[in-house]
Design a protein around this ligand. Structure first.
Ligand code: PPS
Length: 322
């Protein structure tokens, strides 16, 4: 890109930062944009009692969390495919879920009973599996201060594909679903749910040296899933033989995951459909590719994302193979 246009894009980013305001249902928590409802939850999460054998799967939304969750759960549970027929929502507790989507669905969807995640986790006797999209700075104090050996697997994905995937995900949140252009401006000016993307990702990347933190890349999962499976298995003190590997790869393939009701969010989307709340065609397993952003973002959007990434990801050592 010629230098003068990079300068133009920087200028545009700066303008957008000033122009775009936070929607009024949002609040900012240690710099992260979340539904204001999180205010009640934050002190409880801060004080949450972790256990050494807890397993966390964390990510910025749309980074391949569900895929990683299924892989991690199976590896940590002796490849119990029968147990994996239970929904992922039951097998994992979404730490901040009630404060975000929960509050919305609960009131709108005929008082759907969504259990309080923290009370549920306190009562759980078995090994606990926890999902969160919170950045490192908003995790419980015991994790941040290194008082527990809980294992944290953090998934990262290149921001261009995340940006597009997140846009499509907003179809299940009618109050967030706007045009791509409007959404894009919010995302790139760090005014969208869970923004800033770069803080979310780098807050974990900077902890990658900790023995209880493992960072995996979505792009590596797409390109070489067996290596990632071995890496996670090692991290969880287990192993996978050749025979097991074949079945696991098949189970985790895009087509299988897309048709697997225990992981594809169909139970939620069916409910939304039933209540006329799904505003457009939605599938959690949408494309499952690296680089599908090219089909939907304009050249200008791509250049803005590149300049934005250059500014925010300078000298961090984190690279995405796109
Ligand atoms: S969420 O809602 O934040 O939990 O979404 P998340 O699970 O993090 O990300 C959804 C994207 O992951 C893709 N995905 C897969 N890709 C390849 N193979 C498999 N098996 C797979 N499972 C999920 C999914 O398709 C979403 O990406 P997009 O680009 O939207 O297709």
């Amino acid at each position: 890109m010629p230098v003068e246009s990079a300068t133009d894009y920087r200028k545009r980013l700066y303008e957008l930062k000033n122009e775009i305001k936070l929607d009024d249902y949002y609040g900012t928590f240690k710099g992260t944009v979340l539904i204001d409802n999180f205010r009640k939850e934050q002190p409880r999460i801060e004080k949450f009692e972790c256990r050494d054998n807890d397993v966390w799967v964390t990510s910025f939304p749309k980074s391949g969390t569900t895929w990683a969750q299924e892989m991690v759960w199976l590896l940590a549970n002796n490849l119990d495919y029968n147990g994996a027929k239970d929904s992922l929502e039951n097998r994992y507790t979404f730490l901040e879920g009630v404060a975000l989507a929960g509050a919305y669905f609960k009131t709108k969807l005929l008082k759907l009973p969504i259990p309080d995640p923290i009370s549920k986790l306190k009562k759980t006797k078995k090994r606990r599996f926890i999902k969160s999209h919170l950045p490192w700075d908003l995790l419980p104090a015991q994790i941040r201060e290194g008082n527990r050996k809980s294992k944290i697997i953090h998934v990262v994905r290149n921001p261009k594909d995340v940006c597009v995937s997140f846009y499509h995900h907003t179809k299940i949140f009618p109050n967030l679903y706007v045009s791509m252009e409007e959404y894009f401006d919010k995302f790139i000016s760090d005014k969208f749910l869970y923004s800033p993307y770069w803080n979310g990702v780098l807050s974990y990347w900077n902890k990658r040296h900790l023995p209880n933190v493992l960072i995996i890349r979505y792009e590596d999962m797409v390109n070489d899933l067996p290596s990632i499976i071995h890496q996670i298995a090692d991290f969880l003190d287990t192993s996978v033989n050749e025979e097991d590997m074949g079945r696991l790869l098949h189970h985790l393939s895009f087509d299988q995951m897309k048709n697997n009701k225990a992981v594809n969010l169909e139970q939620v989307t069916d409910l939304l459909k039933k209540h006329g709340m799904l505003k457009a065609q939605y599938s959690l397993m949408r494309k499952g590719k690296v680089g599908s952003y090219k089909e939907e973002l304009t050249e200008e959007m791509i250049s803005l994302l590149e300049v934005w990434s250059e500014i925010n990801n300078k000298d961090t050592g984190l690279v995405f193979d796109t």
